[in-house]
Ligand binder design. Structure first.
Ligand code: BTN
Length: 323
């Protein structure tokens, strides 16, 4: 057992353990003890400290397990295999490297931490250790690139259905694919593709879900939430990841057979954007109106005050009452 594990086994007995007691038992200085406590906290251990009483273990991190994920899979190809990495630059970039090396459709890469997590529109995706799910899925659809936005919608629906089935948490979708609870963002999706001869050679669906985060950096705290914040308890990320692969495979198979129509009704019923006032930019022009529908190519139909019907293809849409 190393020093950190010895401290953990003391704390696991329950109640407060004084810093002096730990220092005497392990033969390390008091500042050595507080250094160890700091690094345990960084690994996700929730340790309370009270002057004159010491330290108390409140919660242990939720460690993901490849075996546990694979034991819950009901899929033919998605998540087979599922690879769990301690750290990577971006799971999307890792999948691209694997795709170029010939990996098969369905490969899922999950990381405990990303050093260069990426979001949509060139933004970065902050990816701290041990609290969220950062995963990417390799797909090889035999489709023209114009159909890829629908895969993004399918992935958003898969996350939403998964979370509602597991926790009944009332998750909704902000078009095209943010998953929200109330007016806050719980999950973002970044789909990327490689095209050859006007056909998709592979698509990467990158999904970031805030699961056990207790707080967010000030720049996003207004807009972001986690399942832990919403439900008030720690959840098992492996269970979510496995259930997500199961759900995504069902929706994706139906999409490949029948197109967007296969899941249009369910998508619209969960889409918080439709029916609300929105603002978007289309070819450099500001568009304001009510979101009315989602089309087979994944575009959002906006009815303007002047009675015009405009299709918004991509980019950022501000939805009144959400963000
Ligand atoms: C967004 O801007 O809303 C999309 C965020 C997508 C983040 C995920 S985390 C896993 C995968 N790897 C990345 O670098 N990005 C995506």
């Amino acid at each position: 057992m190393n020093t950190a594990e010895m401290i953990l086994s003391d704390l696991r007995r329950g109640g407060y353990v004084s810093g002096q007691e730990i220092s005497d038992r392990l033969g390390i200085s008091r500042s050595g003890v507080s250094k160890q406590i700091k690094s345990l906290r960084e690994r996700g251990y929730d340790i309370d400290s009270v002057t004159n009483r010491g330290y108390r273990l409140i919660g242990e991190p939720d460690e993901m397990s490849q075996k546990r994920i694979e034991s819950m899979l009901e899929t033919l190809y998605i998540g087979r295999p599922t690879e769990l990495l301690a750290e990577v630059d971006s799971t999307n970039d890792e999948i691209k490297r694997r795709a170029r090396a010939g990996a098969r459709q369905g490969l899922v890469v999950i990381a405990e931490r990303q050093s260069a997590g990426r979001g949509r529109l060139g933004r970065s995706w902050t990816s701290p250790l041990g609290t969220s799910i950062y995963e990417s899925i390799l797909l090889r659809p035999e489709l023209p690139p114009s159909q890829i936005p629908c895969i993004t919608l399918a992935a958003g629906l898969a996350v939403c259905r998964t979370l509602n089935e597991l926790y009944g948490c009332g998750a909704k979708i902000k078009w095209p694919n943010d998953v929200i609870i109330g007016r806050k963002k719980l999950c973002g999706i970044l789909t990327e593709m490689s095209v050859e001869d006007n056909m998709v050679s592979y698509a990467v669906v990158g999904i970031g879900i805030n699961v056990n985060n207790r707080e967010f950096p000030p720049e996003v705290s207004e807009k972001a939430t986690s399942l832990r914040i919403e439900l008030g308890k720690q959840l098992e990320r492996s269970e979510i990841a496995a259930h997500l692969s199961n759900t995504l495979e069902k929706i994706y198979d139906e999409f490949i057979m029948c197109g967007f129509e296969a899941f249009r009704e369910e998508y619209l019923s969960l889409c918080a954007t439709v029916g609300r006032e929105v603002e978007a930019t289309v070819r450099g022009k500001a568009v304001k109106g009510v979101a009315a529908d989602v089309l087979g190519d994944g575009g959002l139909v906006v009815l303007t005050e002047g009675g015009e019907k405009i299709c918004v293809g991509a980019g950022e849409v501000v939805v009144q009452g959400i963000y």
